[in-house]
Design a protein around this ligand. Structure first.
Ligand code: ADP
Ligand code: MG
Length: 729
């Protein structure tokens, strides 16, 4: 008797590592499929080249005529590389990237004169027929027009035989319909605010760029095995499955030797990344079996976000070549670690200074402390908004479950910096005496070591940790587009820096304080005010949950709860003040995210009921029938004594019946709860009912399915088991 599972398993037996062509050295091939400044210099006229560079560096507008020349050069470059199609590449609010390919090829009306054509208009703007992207009510179907517009700050690239042009996606009325547009606005806001604050320390600073280095965790599962699981195929995670006897208990996978099949996948992926100019650097095994991580060198945040979106797509494609399905879900398997995407974040000046890196002089350290403390205050004031920025149905399995990190946002800074902040708390009110200043410069600010990297403890339980020269936002989900988190983080820091500047200026002007005195005074108050957000202990402990509640920190364990902060009055005002999003855009996003949440739970509920009733229950009955036959046989042979001999079989028969009846009853109740949710017209209420009344059935139904998996003859069990999914490589 051959199940789908056994067929899938036998397919994996003959798997050999797929050969990967050696390309040239990384430094030689890096960016060769990117329209970067080297290829621009080669293919653009000097004027066109200058226009693009100035758009990248100063956000200058590119006029139509120049765009025409740029398009021509870009096309020549692409054709020289065998490209046939182009696409505007964008990031709609579905979470995936979107592309619609058009051929360069054109003919005249009568079909003559075939040529390759690509003009300025096609480069700058397109109108994808995009009525079915999520828009949260911004675009009614009668005006279902949105357009994509070229983002020259992220270079065009070639994937396969297609030229991809990074774009924003906006409605005709100007509202953002994607992840990139608000991100670009938030980055502009933080640039303005941070540059203004930098002026206190260095007049030469003209631009500040946020930097992002993401670390992407993922699982690899053999594609035949993944295809044998309807839950993995449809929801990206396993909805049932008894845990494997061996999981991650032995800690023998983390940083272990990388299996050859997997290493070849990684090498192939790295080759693609090099061609695409994605500076990947690190690869290793993660904690859970078949879990891995990849990290690049950090980049300017917009580019880094594009590169992460791109790599999530490329990973799947490379995975196919190696017969792997790449699981980016935050929690594909119960009982072992889930996946996250640490967002390492900092700000960097056009003079080459990392604003979150301690400096060598007291003055540069004061600048460091200014940005450091302002970031802490931004997080303190907006912890709920930050939590909302990472809220999704799949990330709920990490935040708020027994998983890293907790749903409570706190900031970890390490012992040394805690001491520095404590010392700064006692700075005098008002003007500082020369003695005090000298003391501060020598003994407090001056004592911050220029290399903190080795000194900041590695508290892995903190969702927002300072790690020597950057903050690491660890609560971002592995499948998320980092733009959401980055938009919020950069916006709240921008707002905070603006407020800081106002306060310092008013002390300088109103109280005739010196600049340093004013800065010390404001920072002192910030340190006192924001103590509650700082936490150095174990973020997973129950004590912390209690303590955090006393401190008034939020602990939103579910997405519908967490998302509310997004549309709070203060959040709407903040986004509007910075021109990051107007209230229509924010409210639309809130609506879209709630709807996505409800739909995800809806799909999971349907898939679970389907698996339980069409796979698990029929299999259990078949096995039960085998047992019944056996009991009948025993009765034939042993007559009245059969009950003693068949005792265990009879118990299992009863147990199976009891599990089946609970599965059926609970599946029906869950369907009723879904019906109730679906009948609601308010998305908010619908998401709440899915969260509070539908989702709780998942664990109950799963429990009984997993018990059956453990009872039923392995030979006939139809669903590929955890041990097979996790240890085939
Ligand atoms: P881990 O957290 O796994 O121990 P690291 O702390 O070394 O690893 O984090 C490395 C990540 O931090 C890399 O992706 C790197 O590019 C990024 N990173 C380093 N410096 C910065 C910075 N100034 N801004 C943003 N990201 C940075
Ligand atoms: Mg990290």
């Amino acid at each position: 008797m051959s199940t789908f599972r056994s067929q899938a398993i036998s397919q994996t037996y003959g798997r050999k590592p797929v050969h990967v062509e050696e390309l040239d050295r990384k430094s030689v091939i890096f960016g060769s499929n990117v329209f970067n400044s080297k290829s621009m210099r080669q293919f653009l006229t000097p004027d066109a080249y200058k226009a693009v560079q100035s758009a990248i560096q100063h956000g200058a507008k590119i006029d139509r005529k120049v765009a025409e020349y740029i398009a021509m050069g870009m096309k020549e470059w692409a054709l020289s590389k065998g490209v046939t199609h182009y696409t505007h590449w964008f990031q709609p609010l579905t979470g995936a990237t979107a592309e619609k390919h058009d051929a360069f090829f054109e003919t005249s009306f009568d079909g003559s004169d075939p040529i390759e054509k690509f003009g300025g208009t096609q480069l700058v703007q397109q109108e994808p027929d995009a009525s079915s992207f999520p828009n949260g009510g911004i675009r009614n179907t009668f005006e279902a027009r949105g357009y994509t517009a070229w983002d020259p700050t992220s270079p065009a690239f070639i994937f396969g035989t297609t030229l991809c042009i990074p774009t924003v996606f906006v409605s005709y009325t100007g509202e953002a319909l994607d992840f990139k547009a608000p991100l670009l606005r938030a980055l502009a806001a933080v640039d303005d605010a941070a540059t203004a604050v930098c002026q206190y320390f260095d007049k030469n600073v003209k631009k500040v760029s946020a930097t992002l280095g993401w670390e992407q965790e993922y699982f690899l599962v053999d594609s035949a095995l993944a295809a044998s699981r309807p839950d993995l195929t449809l929801t990206g995670r396993t909805l049932i499955g008894h845990s494997s006897a061996k999981g991650q208990q032995l800690d023998d996978h983390y940083f272990g030797s990388i299996p050859t099949r997997i290493l070849n996948f990684m090498r192939d992926l790295e080759n693609e990344c090099m061609l695409l100019g994605i500076p990947v650097k690190t690869r290793h095994n993660e904690v859970a079996p078949n879990q891995f991580e990849l990290a690049p060198i950090f980049e300017e945040a917009n580019l880094a976000v594009d590169h992460n979106s791109l790599i999530m797509d490329v990973m799947q494609k490379v995975g196919e070549r190696h017969n792997f399905k790449v699981l980016l879900h935050e929690k594909p398997f119960a009982g072992i670690n889930g996946s996250g995407k640490h967002n390492n974040w900092s700000m960097s000046t056009d003079t080459g200074v990392n604003l979150l890196g301690p400096g060598k002089t007291p003055m540069s350290n004061l600048q460091f402390l200014t940005f450091f403390i302002n970031t802490i205050k931004a997080v303190y004031k907006n912890e709920q908004l930050l939590r909302a920025s990472i809220a999704t149905a799949s990330n709920d399995h990490r935040l708020g479950a027994n998983e890293a990190p907790p749903a409570i946002i706190s900031v970890f800074i390490g012992q040394q910096l805690t001491k520095v902040l404590e010392d700064l708390e006692s700075v005098s009110n008002g003007k500082l005496s020369p003695e005090e200043k000298t003391d501060l410069k020598l003994n407090v600010v001056g004592k911050i070591p220029d290399v903190l990297l080795d000194n900041t403890d590695r508290n892995r339980t903190s969702p927002f940790a300072f790690t020597g020269n950057k903050f690491e936002f660890r609560a971002v989900g592995s499948s998320a587009n980092c733009a959401n988190a980055m938009t919020v983080l950069n916006a709240i820091v921008a707002k905070q820096l603006k407020d800081f500047k106002k306060e310092v200026d008013s002390l300088i002007e109103g109280k005739e304080m010196k600049k340093d005195d004013a800065i010390f005074n404001v920072l002192r108050e910030y340190i006192k005010e924001t103590k509650n957000i700082r936490f150095e202990g174990d973020g997973y402990s129950d004590e912390w949950a209690e303590e955090a509640a006393k401190r008034g920190l939020s602990n939103h364990k579910t997405t519908p709860q967490a998302l509310k902060a997004k549309v709070s009055e203060s959040a709407l005002a903040l986004f509007e003040e910075l021109n990051v999003m107007n209230h229509v855009e924010v409210e639309a996003r809130y609506e879209i995210e709630l709807e996505e949440y409800a739909k995800k739970i809806q799909i999971e509920g349907r898939v679970l009921a389907d698996i339980a009733r069409n796979h698990v229950v029929p299999t259990a009955i078949r096995y039960q029938n085998v047992l019944i036959e056996n009991v009948k046989g025993l009765k034939d042979i042993f007559g009245n004594n059969f009950e003693i001999i068949a005792k265990e079989q009879i118990n299992i028969i009863k147990e199976i019946s009891s599990h089946i009846s609970t599965i059926n009853a609970k599946s029906e109740e869950m369907t009723e709860a879904r019906k109730k949710a679906n009948a609601l017209t308010s998305t908010e209420e619908m998401a709440n009912v899915y969260c509070d009344e539908v989702k709780p059935y998942f664990d109950v139904i799963r429990y009984h399915c997993d018990k059956l998996e453990n009872l039923v003859d392995d030979e006939i069990w139809p669903l590929t088991k955890y041990r097979e999914l996790l240890f085939t490589r």
